[in-house]
Design a protein around this ligand. Structure first.
Ligand code: DGY
Length: 328
């Protein structure tokens, strides 16, 4: 019997490529740059499985052009680059990599919060450029993190991991807003207060965005929302860039309507809105929330296990649209 055909659409750890190659006929795009949409469509012809990352877009048009595709396994927890409804309608299973990156991503979120509140990038730039002349009482004076109010918009796994860091590590008051409220025992354990979105924006000293990106959350932080925040507040985004209206954020930072922002994700990444690049009160990192070697290996391994299980009829570890499996 011919081996099942799959495409590994981006460079992946050697162990993963070996594991997949032992079972499947693998077409491997061993490259740093993503395939273009046309290249992806061409290389998926006749392939039952796609191993992708957060940068390959799976659209209805692509699915229609690749009728043999049965499984899309993404090495990311976010799946806004995949039209899941279109996949489900065509019987294509989608899998992602939750859980294994939760703590690592929360670490980065907290690091960004600290760096932003304490103006660390600004200080390092100034020092490297020889602009550090003397000590003065308000030199690079930022905001306290300990004992302040941490606002979390989107209280899933990563939001809760941030809340634990804030509460138990830094004695912060935790407030959150989410589509659905957490069970009372989880709120009690995290010491988390549920607030409406507007109240959260008004009360947070540090607001971290951890909500999924969708049509509903597109630009859900814009000029009106930023206007509700404290002028001393910091805003951190580790979710998806499109959640923030970046022009509105740049204006708010320029006019000191909020104190500072820390961004790991950008609407047009890897292109960055030029208005963000010249502001001093912003810390920018290149989408590295889950970027530690152990976590990236765990994500790559889970994405491979999902693909192997889905194409072998075994129990799939982390399906996004399990209803497809039920129909098979
Ligand atoms: C994720 O897993 O969704 C990260 O943002 C990497 O894409």
């Amino acid at each position: 019997m011919d081996a099942v055909k799959v495409l590994v659409a981006r460079r992946a750890p050697a162990a993963v490529v070996e594991k997949l190659s032992a079972r499947f006929d693998v077409d491997y795009h061993d490259g740093e740059a993503p395939l273009t949409a046309d290249e992806l469509r061409a290389r998926l012809q006749g392939r039952a499985g796609a191993y992708i990352t957060g940068t390959e877009r799976i659209t209805p048009a692509l699915l229609d052009a690749c009728p043999d595709l049965r499984v899309v396994s993404t090495m990311s927890v976010g799946y806004n680059h995949i039209d899941v409804a279109a996949c489900t309608a065509r019987g294509v299973l989608v899998t992602n990599t939750p859980d294994v990156l939760t703590e690592t991503t929360a670490d980065l979120g907290f690091a960004l919060l600290m760096a932003t509140a304490r103006r660390m990038s600004e200080g390092e730039r100034l020092l490297r450029e020889g602009r550090w002349k003397s000590w003065s009482w308000n030199f690079l004076a930022g905001a306290d993190v300990h004992g302040s109010t941490l606002g979390i918009l989107g209280m899933g796994r990563i939001g809760q991991a941030l809340a634990r860091r804030g509460r138990f590590g830094f004695g912060m008051n935790i407030a959150y807003h989410n589509r659905s409220r957490l069970p009372a025992d989880v709120e009690a354990e995290l010491g988390a207060r549920y607030l409406g979105k507007e109240a959260l924006l008004r009360e947070a000293d540090h607001l971290v965005l951890v909500l999924p990106y969708s049509a509903e959350s597109h630009h859900c932080i814009g000029a009106a929302e930023l206007a509700l925040m404290k002028s001393t507040a910091t805003l951190v985004n580790i979710a998806r860039g499109g959640i923030i209206d970046e022009d509105a954020l740049a204006a708010a930072l320029r006019d000191k309507r909020i104190a500072a922002a820390g961004l790991d994700v950008f609407e047009g990444e890897p292109s960055i809105n030029p208005a963000l690049l010249t502001l001093p009160n912003i810390v920018l990192t290149p989408h590295i929330g889950s970027a530690t070697m152990p976590t990236r290996l765990a994500m790559a391994g889970l994405a491979a296990d999902n693909l192997l299980a889905a194409l072998s009829g075994d129990a799939v570890p982390t399906p996004v649209n399990p209803e497809v499996l039920a129909r098979r």
